[in-house]
Design a protein around this ligand. Structure first.
Ligand code: NOJ
Length: 560
């Protein structure tokens, strides 16, 4: 391939940043973040270097699942602003070179959505055109407790509706009935919403809860009610027709082979991107063990993707840090290392913590973790506050622990809002990770801050298309299992990243094969040109140390 090929498919070399408008910046002083506040911070995000903003649900909602319970797909929660403000955000972001994607929640609505209100009013579909918008059954469902997503709140995926005496399906909370994605009118309504946001200027969607689209087992406990791939193909086709360069990014926490199916396999006609949940969980296992092998294996076992597809890599998101794809013993290892107390754990499968507390406040280890994230093949995704090392509020209910207000400064409410603290949408983190210790203002102009480190990592990504497009090779070396050395190659250039997951210093002999003798090796962080006699270069790494090297043939004058 040629370097000019990388000018298409923008998502393959993007850096994504996820935020919830209501916890980012409150401009009108009511204690709730808003679009006017976000507008004031678009330049901060552009300066950080991110290229794509993912907005968590901003739609009108009773807010019983932090906005993932939508009651109107075509407008904006009035606490956050209105469509006019949203257009301002899109315009501002686009002017600063950022794309914007919206969370798209099509698996379910809120039970307050007018469709569900109408659906439950009359059980005869002949009399009620909305009845089949949702999934109903007349017979007793039996025990489905093993299938619920939130076992602390629900014990069945079916709830009996008093109005008609029938049960409706909901994989998540009972106030989130699952839509019938096999119903042409439902699909048409959802595509209308997709078209609406694309027309307004959104550049794509993060699609929520994909594994549940199948809505199986069916009424008799048999096959799935919905073919999720048929739905996805329709969605992808529609998105592509309306906007050739819009992206769909799936939340598909499934085994790699099932993810491949959701990419559309060789046809690549479903998702453009999916989060790599398997790789993320292997990263934590590797960090817990100080042994790079689980991560190396997960990377090598990733299925090969069509050239238009991409993995989205991440270390943290707004949910529990799920470890559901590890074995019980492996999960326990991660719990022991990063969240040993019960109050740090949730749903028996995940952690309520953010990275800095998991890393025991050890800055070198934290920086190594982010360096690792940015070095992996794929598109890195940050969750707001990660760039400054925000902590969590363990006193908050479940997943709310990591949804605290953004910490801008050491002033009142961390500079998030001028409201009385009791009026804030969520309390600000109060302990050693509170705004007095962790905030943007203090880090912005400090070259040694985590924020500056993240900016450096993003700068490297922008200068190295190998990272988003290159071919992966896990390098053999002599420094023991704590070290991951991997290389991403594109044409006649490569980036080699070396990460020490262990606490002890090591020296690694890094192979630089494939470029003839004495290749040109540059340290991408320090800009030093390294002596690399022959086809290997010695690299000394501190405990939790990292090195980023660009390798090119001798005499190559490529810049940077
Ligand atoms: C996945 C989202 O990430 C999560 O926050 C939400 O609760 C469920 N989907 C239900 O919408």
């Amino acid at each position: 391939m040629r370097i000019t090929d990388t000018s298409d498919l923008w998502w393959k070399s993007a850096v994504i940043y996820c935020l919830d408008v209501e916890t980012f910046l409150d401009a009108d002083g009511d204690g709730i973040g808003d679009l006017e506040g976000l507008a004031q911070r678009i330049d901060y995000l552009a300066d950080l270097g991110i290229t794509c903003l993912w907005l968590m649900p901003f739609y009108p909602s009773p807010d019983r699942d932090d906005g993932y319970d939508i009651k109107d797909y075509l407008s904006v929660d009035e606490r956050l602003g209105d469509l006019g403000r949203m257009v301002e955000i899109l315009r501002l972001a686009h002017d600063r070179g950022l794309r914007v994607i919206a969370d798209l929640v099509v698996n379910h609505t809120s039970d307050q959505h007018p469709w569900f209100r109408r659906s439950r009013a009359e059980k005869d579909p002949a009399k009620n055109p909305y009845r089949d918008y949702y999934v109903w059954r007349a017979d007793e469902p039996g025990d489905t407790s093993a299938q619920v997503v939130f076992p602390d709140q629900e014990d069945s995926i079916w709830t009996k509706d008093d109005k008609t005496g029938e049960w409706y399906l909901h994989h998540f909370y009972r106030h989130q009935p699952d839509l019938n994605l096999d119903h042409p009118e439902v699909v048409a309504e959802l595509l209308r919403a997709v078209g609406f946001w694309l027309e307004l200027g959104f550049d794509g969607f993060r699609v929520d809860g994909v594994p549940f689209f199948a809505q199986g087992p069916g009424k008799e406990g048999g096959d799935d009610l919905v073919d999720p791939h048929a739905f996805m193909k329709q969605l992808r086709d529609f998105v592509q027709l309306r906007r050739g360069d819009a992206v769909t990014l799936g939340e598909v926490n499934l085994a790699h082979e099932d993810q491949l199916a959701f990419f559309g396999g060789d046809a690549a006609d479903e998702f453009h991107m999916q989060f790599d949940f398997i790789g993320m969980q292997a990263t934590y296992l590797s960090m817990a063990r100080q042994d790079a092998r689980p991560l190396a294996t997960a990377l090598q076992e990733r299925p090969e993707l069509h050239r238009t597809n991409q993995w989205a890599t991440f270390l943290r998101n707004h949910d529990e840090l799920t470890l559901d794809k590890l074995s019980d013993a492996e999960r326990q290892e991660v719990f022991d290392a990063f969240g040993p107390e019960e109050r740090m754990q949730v749903y028996g499968r995940g952690l309520k913590r953010r990275l800095p507390t998991m890393m025991g406040g050890e800055p070198r280890r934290l920086r190594m973790a982010y360096s690792l994230l940015f070095s992996l093949p794929g598109t890195p995704t940050l969750y707001y506050g990660e760039e400054i090392g925000m902590g969590e509020d363990l006193a908050a209910e479940g997943r709310m622990a990591v949804r605290t207000p953004m910490q801008w400064s050491a002033t009142k409410n961390g500079g998030f809002s001028s409201a009385r603290p009791s009026r804030l949408v969520q309390p600000v983190v109060g302990d050693g990770y509170g705004p007095e210790h962790v905030n943007v203002m203090d880090q912005l102009h400090d070259p040694d801050s985590l924020l500056s480190w993240i900016r450096t990592l993003i700068r490297i990504r922008h200068a190295c298309p190998e990272l988003g497009w290159g071919e992966l090779e896990i390098l053999e070396h002599d420094a023991g299992p704590a070290v991951l050395a991997h290389r991403l190659s594109l044409e006649s250039t490569a980036v080699v990243a070396v990460h020490n997951l262990g606490a002890d210093p090591v020296t690694v002999t890094v192979p630089t094969h494939g470029f003839g003798g004495d290749p040109r090796v540059v340290d991408l962080v320090t800009h030093d040109v390294l002596a690399a006699p022959g086809t290997e270069v010695p690299c000394a790494l501190e405990g939790y140390g990292v090195r980023w090297l660009r390798v090119r043939p001798t005499g190559d004058l490529a810049v940077p």
